[in-house]
Design a protein around this ligand. Structure first.
Ligand SMILES: C[S@@+](CC[C@H](N)C(=O)[O-])C[C@H]1O[C@@H](n2cnc3c(N)ncnc32)[C@H](O)[C@@H]1O
Length: 246
């Protein structure tokens, strides 16, 4: 049903641009199962991945990250507890799938590259396949206004990993506007679409300058180095051999 949206995302993506999709696992309750089981799992990520790879010829799978929600809800899923064999996973992970559009990337100026540079620490933690990140807390303005808010940290990692400053970040499912807010903080431009009019107020609030975190802009500007890229790579290899030095 949402395949036309992925096709449209692909059409507007620049060559070598990235499409990043976050999905949870959806437990299907017994009422919908029509089988002997109490619960089935619908893996939305798998469904979307197949749909894109089968139907959008220019998109290829580049990375798959697991978001480990470090503060899952207190809702415990017992299954057949304490007896085997129908235990269920506690459903504390989500997927972040990254697709790349075929094509040669556009040339980027040295200044833009430097402004978009990641620190060694950022690179090391962002490229680990499992991201340990809590779900948003009360500090998020959208708590109580939107039921599926994404942590800013997830968006921030994706934006820093897959775009340069001044690029355009497009979110076809803007929700409360988390992506748009982080795009501003990371010196990127943004376009957001949201079908529910009632979310406009919270989006406007999130992208209002009084809620924009200037700290991350400062943090990015402070990433300076006089080392060559190969010197840095060598240093990273040494750090990986001796992680305490990080
Ligand atoms: C999971 S939420 C996104 C939450 C967002 N990442 C945030 O942090 O607030 C998905 C959003 O997509 C919106 N949506 C669903 N179908 C849509 C469509 N066809 N076009 C635009 N928005 C849509 C829903 O109303 C919902 O707010």
């Amino acid at each position: 049903m949402i395949l036309p949206i992925w096709k449209e995302c692909c059409r507007v993506l620049a060559p070598n641009g990235k499409l990043v999709i976050n999905t949870p696992l959806m437990p299907v309750p017994k009422d919908f199962c029509n089988t002997h089981h109490n619960r089935h799992i619908f893996n939305i990520n798998s469904d979307i991945e197949h749909s894109i790879l089968d139907n959008v010829p220019d998109l290829y799978l580049l990375n798959l990250y697991i978001w480990n929600r470090t503060n899952p809800t207190n809702q415990v899923i017992f299954g057949s507890y304490p007896y085997p064999t129908n235990f269920y996973g506690q459903n504390a992970i989500e997927f972040i799938n990254v697709f790349v559009k075929d094509g040669k990337p556009a040339k980027v100026s040295k200044k833009t590259k430097e402004l978009s540079r990641l620190s060694k620490r950022q690179w090391l933690s962002y490229t680990k396949d499992i991201w340990d990140i809590p779900i948003p807390n009360k500090k998020d303005l959208a708590i109580g206004y939107h039921s599926a808010i994404m942590p800013e940290e997830i968006v921030r990692r994706c934006i820093r990993l897959y775009s340069f400053v001044n690029d355009i970040i497009l979110d076809p499912f803007a929700g409360s506007g988390t992506t748009l807010k982080v795009a501003i903080e990371e010196n990127r431009n943004f376009v957001g679409y949201e079908i529910m009019k009632e979310y406009k107020t919270i989006i406007d609030k999130k992208i209002n300058s009084e809620h924009i975190n200037m700290f991350s802009k400062i943090e990015q500007k402070n990433i300076k180095t006089k080392k060559t890229i190969s010197e840095e790579k060598e240093e990273i290899i040494q750090t990986l051999k001796n992680p305490e030095s990080l």
